[in-house]
Design a protein around this ligand. Structure first.
Ligand code: IPM
Ligand code: MG
Length: 356
């Protein structure tokens, strides 16, 4: 098969980790007889430096014309002084909106070989961590009106959180369909004791649930959910929640697995085109030093193979290669354990590539 992949290397460690993921994709192409063509799409701080804006039209066009998008990470302290409308993150938000990527899937899974890195109490970790956060990605307060006014001698800032029924319904379907392929349980997270948007969310999710009688639905307030994630993460299978709650809970979820550098994510809309990225950030403190862990990005490339290209065997091969490299004892700095072999970003990529 021939596929065109838009490549957003981004800032900080982005170029290093994306380089290793492309190396793995090339190994997949060679073994399975595919042809992947990569098209560069600058975005983030590097695009601000080169073009004055975080997402140039040409990059957006490249993404919209490609079969899928692979992203490293964007942002860094260098661009902290940018006005809010021209920050690196704005490029990512604009891209999500323009590609209509309404569902963001972030698996939180504890890797067997990395259980000792889990920060939870051993008896809690022993119950297992394997759930998925489905985050609504192009609605809510992220995409409502943002304003700062002068009022009575001081500044007043406003951010509007809004949801329409159809925005809730379509992401709820993603969650229920995912639960059908897993352990048949959806936990919908909201703040329905305070927010109108949450009351609407809860009503629509409950309606959608009627189409999935084989899936159990629970509702949980977001403050309780953040506590339950630490108290007993084994109770969760699929969590579905709105944009801002999902941003916060998915960081918490990834941290409790002990391996934030290992977790990929997919953002999808109606069609098969998606945006795939590791969930971690651009880690400017270690950029350019061959220290970053490329596994999150490599597993994001595996998700791309599986969900956008329908290449299940190829995705399995990548995931098995990652497991193989870990089993052989190779570890980047973020997951270093006693008696393991410390490797840099490039060598980790090579160890995975040779196992495809
Ligand atoms: C994420 C990030 C982004 C978000 C930022 C970079 C805008 O934190 O993908 O979770 O808040 O969505
Ligand atoms: Mg985030």
């Amino acid at each position: 098969m021939e596929k065109t992949i838009a490549v957003i290397r981004g800032d900080g460690i982005g170029p290093e980790i994306v380089g290793e993921a492309i190396g793995v994709l090339d190994a997949v192409a060679a073994r399975f007889g595919h042809c992947f063509t990569y098209r560069e799409a600058p975005m983030g701080g590097c695009a601000i430096d080169a073009f004055g804006v975080p997402l140039p039209d040409s990059s957006l066009q490249t993404c919209l014309e490609s079969d899928s998008v692979l992203l490293g990470a964007v942002g860094g302290p260098k661009w902290d002084a940018q006005p809010s409308h021209n920050r690196p993150e704005k490029g990512l938000l604009k891209l999500r909106g323009a590609m209509e990527l309404y569902s963001n899937v972030r698996p939180a899974r504890m890797f067997e070989d990395l259980a000792s890195a889990c920060p939870l109490r051993p008896d809690i970790a022993a119950r297992g961590i394997d759930f998925v956060v489905v985050r609504e990605l192009i609605g809510g307060v992220y995409f409502g009106e943002h304003r700062t006014d002068e009022a009575e001698g001081e500044q007043k800032a406003t951010d509007i959180m809004a949801y329409s029924e159809h925005e809730v319904r379509r992401v709820a379907h993603v969650a229920f369909q995912m639960a059908r392929k897993r352990r048949h349980r959806v936990t919908s997270v909201d703040k329905a004791n305070v927010l109108d948007t949450s009351r609407l969310w809860r009503r629509v999710v409950t309606e959608v649930a009627r189409e999935y009688p084989d899936v159990e639905l629970l509702h949980m307030y977001v403050d309780n959910a953040s506590m339950q994630l630490i108290r007993d993460p084994s109770q969760f299978d699929v969590i579905v929640t709105e944009n801002l709650f999902g941003d916060i809970l998915s960081d918490e979820a990834s941290q409790i697995t002990g391996s934030i550098g290992m977790i990929p994510s997919s953002s999808m809309g109606q069609g098969t085109r998606g945006l795939y990225e590791p969930i971690h950030g651009s880690a400017p403190d270690i950029a350019g030093q061959d220290k970053a862990n490329p596994i999150g990005t490599i597993l994001a490339a595996a998700m791309m193979l599986r969900y956008s290209f329908d290449m299940a065997a190829e995705a399995d091969a990548v995931e098995a290669a990652v497991d193989g490299a870990l089993k052989a004892g190779y570890r980047c700095g973020d997951i270093l354990q006693p008696d393991c072999i410390p490797v840099g970003c490039r060598e980790m990529g090579a160890r995975i590539r040779e196992r495809i």
